[in-house]
Design a protein around this ligand. Sequence first.
Ligand SMILES: CC(C)(COP(=O)(O)OP(=O)(O)OC[C@H]1O[C@@H](n2cnc3c(N)ncnc32)[C@H](O)[C@@H]1OP(=O)(O)O)[C@@H](O)C(=O)NCCC(=O)NCCS
Length: 197
Amino acid sequence: MSAEASIYLETERLELIPLAERFADEMYDGLQSPELYEYIADSPPPSPEWLRERYRRLETGRSSDSSELWLNWLVREKTTRRFVGHVQATVKARSALVAYLLFLKAGGAGYAREAVAGMLLSLERDYGVREFVATVHAQNQRSIRLLERLGFTRRSFTKNAEIIRGEPTDEYRYVLNATLRRVDRTDRGSSPFPTRR
Ligand SMILES: CC(C)(COP(=O)(O)OP(=O)(O)OC[C@H]1O[C@@H](n2cnc3c(N)ncnc32)[C@H](O)[C@@H]1OP(=O)(O)O)[C@@H](O)C(=O)NCCC(=O)NCCS
């Protein structure tokens, strides 16, 4: 199976392009900023070859036992055609665990919100997802703000949930029910939700 498990999406200012090995070199520089990894277990890719190999593996789109769908999109700015980050979802039994990363240069413009909102709509509409889940480092304020703006609510707190670079870290679990999003959407003026190509 190819990464076409993820479908091409567009929002007002962004394209969400199914992750593919051929884009690895264009993503590499943006992924280098150490600041992006302060609250997540990942690290900057050590080399372009490493990133190409990682993307090649992710292109399969599924866990080895096929019980999970791994959906990965690279986010590209329409006006400049530059990549600005990525969004991802692990889908299992109508529930999606979502994650996102925006390059430093692209922060503070509402791009994360626009890209994640686009992904959520597609997950609901195209993949039958009914519940969205995100886990976030308890001090990751930008991510918490993003989740709350998208309508997620905090459900639980886990002390020492994960070891990040040798340090135990606390995390919140946020949840958004797809039905609630449908109600919320009717209140919005300009919609960040995507069209399919
Ligand atoms: C988490 C992360 C994606 C948030 O990025 P972000 O740029 O803050 O998120 P948004 O797209 O929601 O942008 C919001 C900001 O853009 C501003 N903005 C500007 N123009 C905007 C527009 N047209 N629409 C919406 N917001 C806009 C908002 O006012 C807001 O600024 P504020 O937070 O200072 O009030 C980013 O910090 C990141 O990649 N972190 C590293 C990876 C990471 O931790 N991922 C999360 C793991 S759980």
